[in-house]
Write a protein that binds this ligand. Structure first.
Ligand code: HEM
Ligand SMILES: *[C@@H]1O[C@H](CO)[C@@H](O)[C@H](O)[C@H]1NC(C)=O
Ligand SMILES: *[C@@H]1O[C@H](CO)[C@@H](O)[C@H](O)[C@H]1NC(C)=O
Ligand SMILES: *[C@@H]1O[C@H](CO)[C@@H](O)[C@H](O)[C@H]1NC(C)=O
Ligand SMILES: *[C@@H]1O[C@H](CO)[C@@H](O)[C@H](O)[C@H]1NC(C)=O
Length: 322
């Protein structure tokens, strides 16, 4: 019967997909001993010299995984007639590219053609967050690199900062991540920067009102207005997303801000718009231990999304070139 045949094929495909995605922590133990350490050395030194790199590297890995899986495609350069992920609208954090290139160059000397760009991204995110005193999670290796990078797909797959709670859940569900993963991964916004253009509409031109979004704490609005004047020139200014402590420390402050109406995006506020979300945010705001351990587990899960393994994809020698 056609229907049961199709169901069978569907199940078979699921089995193939899940069994082929076998990453492990010792993937390079024989083929590139010292390779993992080489990445850690480059990233740790860079983050110690400038903590800003940590946010850039974390976001790069997130964007990589949400567009065609964690396949290093976020690193590919645009080609004539085809705009790559890195040139899509939501492309802050590109400072991280140089570091990935630096790590890749070291690896190509040590073990040419062996270590994937996608694995470097996954390790770099972990090492960067660990270097600023955040959680440290396991990185399973053996990803291979894709060769398609599309700005259109980036815009379609990355969550918009205007999404509601159910919109955020649906966006993460497409990547096999659940509601709890979504809430805890949003905690990444405890570090990093955003453009004033993302917040000025809420400060000066809130739709239906005359001025700022009444949801926001008014003391917070005053402080943000100082950082982001209502001028065209200021729209490109970068401000910390965790406005209450500078956005350089990996802590539970993001969740405290969300509870106190001091978060930047509507998508941040959305986390406390349902009782289920509010209860998760309250738990995370109350315990750094719980946040760190849940964030690490969710990162392990995110970094396996849609990976290419075995004979799929390839190992690029220059991460920006197919
Ligand atoms: C839940 C849905 C999410 C939305 C709507 C969202 C949206 C955004 C936006 C709009 C920015 C600022 C971009 C700009 O001003 O150019 C940003 C920055 C950032 N996001 Fe998210 N994001 C989400 C989830 C995540 C996740 C899951 C991670 C990582 C695990 C992450 C990590 C970051 C980091 C680290 C930055 C700062 C980058 C830097 O300072 O270089 N975000 N995000
Ligand atoms: C890790 O995966 C590779 C490739 O699938 C395999 O050769 C290696 O034996 C695995 N290592 C362990 C410890 O499972
Ligand atoms: C970021 O994207 C914009 C298009 O939205 C593009 O003009 C810009 O060059 C990109 N930035 C980098 C560093 O690639
Ligand atoms: C809106 O704000 C401006 C500037 O503060 C003020 O001049 C104007 O009267 C306000 N309009 C309304 C409808 O409240
Ligand atoms: C807004 O934040 C300030 C401290 O930054 C606090 O004193 C005040 O109570 C908050 N307002 C409301 C309505 O919660």
């Amino acid at each position: 019967m056609a229907t049961s045949g199709m169901v069978f094929i569907g199940v078979a495909l699921l089995l193939v997909a899940s069994t082929s995605a076998q990453l492990n922590e010792t993937f390079y133990a024989k083929s590139c001993p010292g390779g993992v350490q080489a990445v850690t050395n480059v990233i740790t030194a860079a983050v110690h010299s400038d903590r800003r790199f940590a946010a850039a590297l974390l976001r790069l890995h997130f964007h990589d995984c949400f567009v065609r899986g964690c396949d290093g495609s976020v690193l590919l350069a645009s080609t004539p007639g085809s705009k790559a992920e890195k040139d899509a609208g939501p492309n802050l954090s590109l400072q991280g590219f140089g570091l990935i290139d630096q790590a890749k160059a070291a690896l190509e000397k040590q073990c040419p053609g062996i270590f994937s760009c996608a694995d470097i991204l996954a390790l770099a995110a972990r090492d960067a967050i660990s270097a600023i005193g955040g959680p440290k999670w396991r990185v399973f290796l053996g990803r291979r690199d894709g060769s398609i990078s599309s700005a259109t797909e980036a815009v379609q797959n990355l969550p918009a900062d205007t999404l509601s709670y159910s919109g955020l859940i649906a966006n993460f569900a497409k990547k096999g991540l659940n509601e709890a993963d979504m809430v805890v991964l949003s905690g990444a916004h405890t570090i990093g920067l955003t453009h004033c253009s993302k917040v000025t509409p809420r400060l000066y031109n809130f739709p239906g009102g005359n001025g700022s979004d009444p949801y926001l704490n008014s003391t917070f609005v005053v402080a943000e207005k100082k950082l982001c004047p209502n001028t065209a020139a200021a729209q490109g200014n970068l401000i910390p997303m965790d406005g209450t402590n500078g956005g350089q420390t990996f802590d539970v402050n993001y969740y405290t801000n969300v509870l106190n109406h001091k978060a930047i995006f509507k998508s941040d506020d959305a986390l406390v718009s349902t009782s289920s979300g509010r209860s998760k945010v309250t738990t995370l705001a109350g315990s750094k231990t719980i946040f760190f351990s849940a964030f690490g587990s969710a990162m392990e899960k995110m970094s396996k999304v849609g990976v290419l393994t075995g004979t799929q994809g390839k190992i690029r020698t220059v991460c920006s070139k197919k």
